[in-house]
Design a protein around this ligand. Structure first.
Ligand code: PLP
Length: 404
């Protein structure tokens, strides 16, 4: 049985107050909070076996290397990648996408086409625009409807022999839409295109299976799944990671260096130049252990309950409009109150101890689509409660009374 009161005890930060009120943390789509079990792993690393990895013969270095590589295997297992060396440690989703976008410079030529969805995070738009500028490729957009669902029939018409790459998020951070990525991947493959799925917003809510999806690249940030900031993964099919050139040069990524010529290390080290976030990688593994112990099906079912309850309660407020009403969505609610700037609502909610995000959520094209400056976004995690939804609803009502 899922006991949210017990779960909340794992998160020390949830006990604190903000502006004299109990913290109601509803900004989980920006970053999740960290359970004591993961904090303990971080403290243990720096207290007991902090050392550089892969190089030292001494005990601490061996221990750190073992734990870091064990975590890679945990990540591999969780995402069901075929090989551990298909999991590249990165600093997060943004870094992961840039590795791929840069790597494709030599495979893309003028006139080739690159497709992105209309609901991407800036980190899954800008690197591809830069790629198109470098190569002369054309960026095309898969549009969406008012509900925030991709128009799959238009996607069909955009795909052609010219399509070389397709990029889409698994779940939109601004709208919560769960995209039909299996269909997107299969259709792209049918015309010979390569697919990168940005899984940053999906990883907290569901388990993506790399082999079942047959995806070419998939990206995750640990800080959105109860792990620390500054670490994440790039999954890539062995075939593609072998073909792509390294992103950064330096230590750890080489086989042999002379001033005449350097040969690169094999996977995954080819993409892991320099001293990595060792503690972060180990804590990433611990965060997956923590969430798997609760179980992703349990998490998804509970979050769905929260989403339905919050949607119903917020919808009762006069003048409130929700953006993103896809049939398949996760526990993210983007909304506005008629005639009120989202920032003003966010500021009043903060005074009440409620943390929400306001603005364009790094997805400005979505805001342009709805012709709005931004939204208030409440995003729920498995450690949130219905009582917290009630506090949010009361806060929004109070803000509305003050501002309208
Ligand atoms: C958070 C997020 C990103 C960016 O992740 P970083 O950890 O900031 O690199 C990209 N895409 C989506 C959908 C996100 O939610």
């Amino acid at each position: 049985m899922f006991d949210v009161t017990k779960i909340r005890e794992d998160f020390p930060i949830l006990k604190r107050e903000v502006n004299g009120k109990p913290l109601v943390y509803l900004d989980n789509a920006a970053t999740s909070q960290t359970p004591q079990q993961v904090i303990d792993v971080i403290v243990d690393y720096y207290s007991n076996y902090n050392a550089n990895i892969h190089r030292g013969v001494h005990a601490l270095s061996q221990e750190a290397t073992d734990k870091y590589e064990q975590a890679r295997h945990k990540i591999q297992k969780h995402f069901n990648a075929k090989h551990a060396h298909e999991i590249i440690y990165t600093s997060g989703t943004t870094h992961s996408i840039n590795i791929v976008a840069n790597g494709f410079s030599s495979f893309i030529k003028k006139g080739d086409e690159v497709l992105v969805s209309a609901m991407e995070h800036h980190s899954n738009i800008v690197p591809w625009q830069m790629l198109c500028e470098r190569t002369g490729a054309v960026l095309k957009v898969i549009p969406m409807n008012q509900e925030g669902e991709l128009l799959m029939d238009v996607y069909d018409t955009l795909l052609s022999q010219k399509t070389k790459l397709v990029f889409c998020n698994h779940i939109s951070n601004a709208l919560g839409t769960i995209n039909p990525i299996k269909e997107i991947i299969d259709k792209a493959h049918a015309v010979g295109a390569v697919v990168l799925i940005d899984g940053a917003q999906a990883a907290p809510h569901l388990v993506a299976d790399m082999q079942a999806l047959d995806v070419d690249f998939y990206t995750v940030s640990a800080h959105k799944i109860c792990g620390p900031t500054g670490v994440g993964m790039l999954y890539g099919k062995e075939e593609w990671l072998t073909k792509l050139p390294p992103y950064q040069g330096g230590g750890e990524m080489i086989a042999e260096v002379t001033f005449e010529k350097t040969t690169y290390a094999g996977l995954p080290h080819k993409f892991e130049a320099g001293t990595p976030n060792i503690c972060g990688g180990i804590a990433f593994g611990a965060a997956l252990d923590y969430m798997n112990a609760i179980g992703f099906e349990t998490i998804a079912a509970y979050e769905h309950e929260l989403l339905e309850y919050a949607t119903d309660e917020l919808s009762k407020i006069d003048g409130l409009k929700i953006y993103g009403t896809a049939k398949q969505k996760t526990s993210v609610i983007s909304f506005n109150i008629k005639g009120v700037h989202p920032y003003d609502i966010g500021t009043i909610l903060d005074k009440l101890g409620i943390a929400v995000r306001t603005g364009h959520h790094c997805a400005q094209p979505i805001m342009d689509f709805y012709k709005i400056p931004g939204t208030v976004r409440a995003s729920f995690s498995f450690y949130n409660t219905k009582e917290e939804v009630d506090v949010l609803v009361a806060g929004v009502k109070r803000a509305t009374a003050m501002l309208v």
